[in-house]
Design a protein around this ligand. Structure first.
Ligand SMILES: CC(C)(COP(=O)(O)OP(=O)(O)OC[C@H]1O[C@@H](n2cnc3c(N)ncnc32)[C@H](O)[C@@H]1OP(=O)(O)O)[C@@H](O)C(=O)NCCC(=O)NCCS
Length: 209
């Protein structure tokens, strides 16, 4: 299975994998609870995405020499470690799954296919100030969308609106960084720096609290 693993620093790492057909023996590292969750997914494509994302987080943990702790979903849908140590986030999109782990800080990761149709739904997830500065280009819109997904996943709580509560600063799509903040919630004062990459036709973003 093709994998790109990146050690960000001594506390964090990410891994991106191409989703391929699974050999079930490769999933022995999963916890009992995770094996049950996996068995309950009926759609084959979803099964592959789910499993590949867990293999990606295992690879990110390996590079940091952290044993796989097993994960469960909290009441917001965010995955938490079974042993209470460290933070993770994961994402899957057409053909790819990715995951990030950090020993001490919450993290968010997202991957999205660049598609023309995102231009038509900008008004749903962008504030007027963002609509004003963004070039009307699928790449720029996908970067803005994905940055908001990463920020959303990093904070982890349901009920945070992309348009109302997550505000991005003007950015240049070539710099690889998008700054943003959450406003109008308990995390009003928190500012995020989102890292942005383009891998063929997919935008990858991640942020560390
Ligand atoms: C839940 C949500 C974050 C999933 O993102 P997505 O792009 O559809 O899918 P991805 O593959 O990138 O991410 C899925 C992973 O997000 C994680 N996730 C789900 N809820 C989460 C939360 N509250 N916090 C952090 N991570 C979460 C899960 O690990 C999930 O993977 P899994 O099901 O295999 O465990 C997203 O759909 C969402 O609800 N966003 C907020 C709602 C919103 O405001 N939407 C836009 C309005 S226009």
């Amino acid at each position: 299975m093709q994998t790109k693993i990146e050690k960000i620093d001594s506390s964090s790492a990410l891994a991106i994998k191409i989703i391929e057909t699974q050999d079930e023996n490769e999933l022995d590292f999963l916890s009992f609870r995770e094996k049950l969750s996996y068995a309950n997914i009926s759609h084959q494509e979803k099964k592959r995405e789910w499993a590949t994302a867990r293999m990606a987080i295992r690879d990110a943990l390996d590079v940091l020499h952290v044993p796989y702790p097993g994960f469960f979903k909290d009441e917001h849908g965010k995955s938490q470690t079974m042993n209470g140590h460290g933070y993770m986030s994961l994402s899957h999109t057409m053909g790819y799954a990715g995951a990030i782990y950090h020993r001490d800080n919450p993290v968010g990761i997202d991957m999205d296919l660049i598609r023309e149709k995102i231009l038509r739904i900008g008004f749903r997830f962008l504030d007027q100030s963002e609509l004003d500065f963004l070039a009307k280009d699928p790449l720029d819109y996908t970067m803005a969308w994905s940055a908001k997904e990463s920020i959303f996943k990093c904070q982890g709580k349901r009920g945070v609106s992309f348009r109302e509560n997550i505000l991005l600063e003007p950015f240049d799509s070539k710099t690889g960084i998008i700054k943003g903040k959450i406003r109008g919630t308990d995390f009003t004062d928190h500012h995020y720096t989102v890292q942005v990459r383009v891998i063929s036709d997919v935008v990858l973003t991640y942020t560390i609290w």
